[in-house]
Ligand binder design. Structure first.
Ligand code: A2P
Length: 315
């Protein structure tokens, strides 16, 4: 299994299982199947509401002897309502308790957006904390003070290069990982170059275009990445699936990638993509699809009265 070097000399399994929108009833089995097949990296988050079910799958796999805890990489994420310094450690401890784990491998600030404590999502403008009242550097500082007995590494998600620079310079410690949306329609080459300079590993979420998003989070006119003709042509040439082409592209660029699936056949298919080698020509054609188009565009943080705009969120 391909690994990526982290700045501290340790390494991250490049390929993993995403679990956003994986229902608790099915995710235990999905995690169990994935680990049995050879997955060594599992990604979840407090807001996914499935940490306990993910943890159950991990516990079952360890009990069955498929893997040891040390062989697995587990990531979870701090939700937006716990950005205050005093809330960060209790939030990690609550995640550990739900996961049934003594430690995780990576804890990420899920979004640069801060909400009032106790809220999953904002309903009114008052539910947001203004960036000046909840400085990202303070949250990042609290993350870096977490015990390595409880989280081996800390990092960020949905952070622009400017925000990574801001918190790194303010605190004097750089995130190990930045997890962002990445796929051929949204290649983020500048962000990748900037993260490489700082030795920040980048993890690609929504690598297949996140086609399972609920209607409220989807634009009616959006182009489905898995139906992109170029992706389909390359898949046909290699006798693989479009999803496999997208996963191989992500790995070939040196990013970590966490396709989500709760379907055993697709979980296996996605793992098999780690063996697919694209040609330089394939890669160039896929690189050429970039149009700066996000599926998870963050507009849900820019509701009326929010302190955030799309420019301030991604800039
Ligand atoms: P399912 O869980 O039923 O397999 P992303 O990782 O970009 O967020 O995409 C996840 C979506 O893609 C989910 O709806 C998932 O559905 C689907 N998916 C996962 N693997 C494959 C695959 N190999 N082929 C087609 N769709 C897939």
């Amino acid at each position: 299994m391909q690994t990526l070097p982290l700045a501290d000399g340790s390494s991250l399994p490049a390929f993993g299982l995403g679990t956003w929108l994986s229902e608790p009833e099915v995710v235990t089995r999905a995690v169990r199947v994935a680990i049995e097949l050879g997955y060594r990296h599992i990604d979840t988050a407090k807001i996914y509401d499935n940490e306990d079910a993910v943890g159950k799958g991990i516990a079952e796999a360890i009990a069955a002897g498929d893997v040891t805890r040390e062989e697995l990489w587990v990531t979870t994420k701090l939700w937006n309502d716990c950005h205050a310094k005093a809330d960060v450690r209790p939030a990690l401890e609550a995640s550990l308790s739900r996961l049934g784990l003594q430690y995780i491998d990576l804890y990420l600030i899920h979004w640069p957006v801060a909400l009032r404590h106790g809220l999953a999502r904002p309903k009114t403008a008052e539910d947001y904390l203004a960036p000046a009242d909840a400085p990202l550097a303070e949250t990042w500082g609290a993350m870096t003070e977490l015990s390595t007995d409880k989280t081996r590494h800390v990092g960020v998600s949905n952070f622009s290069a400017a925000k990574v620079a801001e918190v790194s310079d303010a605190v004097g410690k750089t995130p190990a990982v930045n997890q962002v949306e990445l796929h051929p329609y949204h290649a983020q080459n500048e962000l990748l170059a900037s993260m490489a300079e700082r030795k920040v590993v980048v993890t690609a979420y929504a690598p297949l275009g996140s086609s399972g998003r609920p209607p409220g989070l989807r634009r009616e006119d959006e182009t489905r990445l898995l139906e992109e003709p170029t992706v389909i042509e390359i898949a046909k040439a290699h006798e693989v699936s479009p999803a496999q082409v997208l996963i191989a592209w992500a790995l070939a660029r040196g990013t970590s990638v966490i396709p989500k699936s709760t379907n055993a056949t697709r979980i296996a298919e996605n793992l098999a993509a780690t063996k697919l080698v694209l040609t330089d020509g394939d890669r160039a054609r896929l690189d050429g699809l970039d149009r700066g188009a996000r599926y998870v565009d963050g507009s849900f943080w820019c509701t009326p009265g929010s302190p955030w705009t799309l420019e301030s969120l991604w800039g």
